[in-house]
Design a protein around this ligand. Structure first.
Ligand SMILES: Nc1ncnc2c1ncn2[C@@H]1O[C@H](COP(=O)(O)OP(=O)(O)OP(=O)(O)O)[C@@H](O)[C@H]1O
Ligand SMILES: [Mg+2]
Length: 312
């Protein structure tokens, strides 16, 4: 089996089957990956297992993987949809619950999803675990388009499904705390509305608008939006603990401020720490532009102090 063998296209080309030794190697990697997740406090779900397995083959097993099994490394790094028929029995041997129905019964993936075997597996798992969601799409003649919205930082990918006008984000969960906090934020109207969820994934509203990073040129508005976001967090007693510049969105049309990505959020909060972190972000953003920094900071304080329960 060769590296070239892994360069499959979706046009019916199949990679060569894995020999027994390579299969055993992968089972070992998957088992170790699962054990590692337990130690790291992450959910032992498909995406996390594959992510950790990739790290293992790049690091710990690098020599073994590249010397004897270039194919297995390619399988984990660049697997595409075709590879799933090999992965499924291997995953089952490693004690991983693999989805039994294909996401293609429900949505039509774009090229990027089809070229990402883990995203394909993930979507299949989502439909298998949510009969409601599956029922919505099952009988549609024209299947809604599924696409990669964002390559994902920590999550590995963030997907979206466009069903006519309605756009929905589907994203994997890494830590056990996220589902509950995201639901709380959804109920309070400060996070994306959660349509469906499991401990392993969220299906949520695609929030329109601009990030604070996009609003950089309007420091007055940026400070104001940031102030409103902080009022929401303080009222809900939620700590965000994440990159506020990319995770706060402002929809100018509806004047709505939404915080996305509750992955690092906590249900208990130290408002002082949150404020300090926010001020640090502003300083980083405007490190070269003292005037804008002052405008943004004043605007933030005014908004937060005006309506806020705690003066900034
Ligand atoms: N509900 C949503 N509505 C609109 N855009 C979203 C939504 N969820 C995620 N995104 C987009 O996808 C990006 C990545 O999402 P998210 O932060 O949840 O994943 P991540 O892996 O933590 O990425 P990063 O490490 O870059 O923060 C967001 O910055 C945003 O642009
Ligand atoms: Mg994020």
């Amino acid at each position: 089996m060769s590296e070239a063998g892994a360069q499959t296209s979706r046009e019916g080309l199949r990679p060569p089957p894995l020999d027994q030794k390579a299969q055993d190697f992968l089972v070992r990697v998957f088992r170790k990956a699962q054990a590692d997740l337990g130690i790291a406090g992450k959910r032992p779900n498909l995406v996390n297992i594959f992510d950790q397995a990739s790290h293992l083959t790049k690091g710990f097993y690098r020599n073994e993987a590249s010397r004897d099994y270039p194919f297995t490394q390619a399988l984990l790094d660049k697997s595409n949809e075709n590879i799933l028929e090999w992965l499924t029995p291997i995953g089952e041997r490693a004690g991983i619950r693999m989805p039994s129905t294909s996401f293609r019964n429900f949505v039509n993936p774009d090229e990027q999803i089809a070229m990402n075997g883990v995203a394909c597996l993930f979507l299949s798992q989502v439909f298998e675990e949510s009969p409601d969601l599956a029922a919505q799409y099952k009988d549609k003649e024209v299947k809604p388009k599924a696409y990669i919205l964002h390559p994902g930082g920590q999550r590995r990918f963030v997907l979206a499904i466009a069903d006519g006008e309605r756009k929905m984000v589907v994203k994997p969960i890494r830590y056990p705390t996220e589902e509950a906090v995201a639901r709380e934020a959804s109920d309070a109207g400060i996070g994306p509305k959660i349509y469906h969820s499991s401990p392993d994934w969220l299906a949520e509203e695609l929030v329109e608008g601009q990030s604070l990073e996009d609003l950089r040129g309007n420091s007055l508005l940026l400070g104001n939006v940031l102030g409103k976001a902080h009022i929401s967090l303080t009222r809900q007693a939620l700590g965000f603990e994440d990159d506020v510049l990319n995770h706060i969105r402002y929809d100018q049309k509806n004047r709505r401020v939404t915080l996305i990505d509750w992955e690092n959020a906590r249900q208990t909060v130290d408002p002082d720490e949150e404020l300090k972190a926010t001020k640090r972000s502003l300083k980083d953003l405007y490190s070269e532009d003292k005037d804008s920094l002052k405008t943004a900071m004043d605007s933030f304080k005014t908004t937060y102090g005006e309506i806020g329960e705690v003066a900034a």
